[in-house]
Design a protein around this ligand. Structure first.
Ligand SMILES: Nc1ncnc2c1ncn2[C@@H]1O[C@H](COP(=O)(O)OP(=O)(O)OP(=O)(O)O)[C@@H](O)[C@H]1O
Ligand SMILES: [Mg+2]
Length: 217
């Protein structure tokens, strides 16, 4: 379970992005987070992912504050339990697509068979040996999605996962995301500007300067 306790974050230029943000994500729940550009959605995901640290407040995973873990323990927890899809995909240029997708399995000492299965599931069967530079933006995004799901993470963090996809491909990817999340009993936070994408979540929340609120029906 993920719990955010009174998170505050300002950047060096003095801009307060998050103030006193509290939120609990129950196991197995898939939420979409919407909100204006610049409001702090990516900042929020980065804080949860441990890529950035809050000024005050805490991110708790299964009751344990991330800040209480040493670097090794935090890395291990992220590697085992988290799946990430970022706005910039962080696909490694010198690895093939299959190697990129297999990476979370290798790092967790799991069998790597599922990597090819996931590439196929995102419509990239036959491209296993290609390198990232040979792919379009939308194809790269699908590689990132396959890699984020391959090790069945208990928490998926996705920043605009369908931002570069045409509506049909986006629809297919969202169905896959939802199916994987539900099959694995994972929880997920998906940031999106797309109403259609948000509709695939269990619940839609809006991030404003005042906090996270349920979307009006
Ligand atoms: N490293 C940084 N240094 C300074 N300011 C930053 C930094 N990263 C983000 N910001 C500022 O913090 C605010 C929130 O940024 P963030 O990327 O979280 O927005 P967002 O809600 O994800 O927007 P978008 O929908 O455009 O992706 C913005 O005003 C941005 O300019
Ligand atoms: Mg963003």
């Amino acid at each position: 379970m993920l719990e955010l306790r009174q998170l505050c974050k300002a950047y060096a230029n003095g801009r307060q992005v998050l103030s006193d943000l509290s939120f609990t994500l129950p196991p197995g729940e898939f939420v979409a987070v919407m909100g204006d550009s610049g409001v702090g959605k990516s900042t929020l995901l980065n804080l949860i992912a441990g890529l950035d640290t809050p000024d005050s407040g805490a991110v708790l995973i299964d009751g344990v504050a991330m800040s209480a873990l040493d670097d090794d323990a935090a890395t291990r927890l992220r590697r085992e339990k988290f799946g990430f899809i970022f706005q910039a995909f962080h696909i490694l240029p010198h690895l093939t697509l299959l190697q990129n997708v297999a990476l979370p399995l290798l790092l967790n000492q799991l069998p790597t068979d599922r990597a090819a299965h996931m590439l196929k599931a995102v419509g990239l069967a036959g491209r296993e040996a290609d390198f990232p530079r040979q792919l379009s933006g939308g194809e790269l995004q699908r590689v990132a999605i396959a890699r984020a799901l391959v090790h069945r993470p208990s928490l998926l963090l996705a920043d605009e996962p369908t931002g570069n996809l045409d509506p049909d491909t986006a629809h297919g990817v969202l169905q896959l995301l939802r199916a994987e999340i539900k099959a694995n009993g994972s929880s997920a936070i998906m940031v999106t500007h797309s109403q259609a994408a948000a509709a695939s979540a269990d619940r839609i929340l809006i991030l404003t300067r005042d906090g996270l609120f349920p979307a009006k029906a």
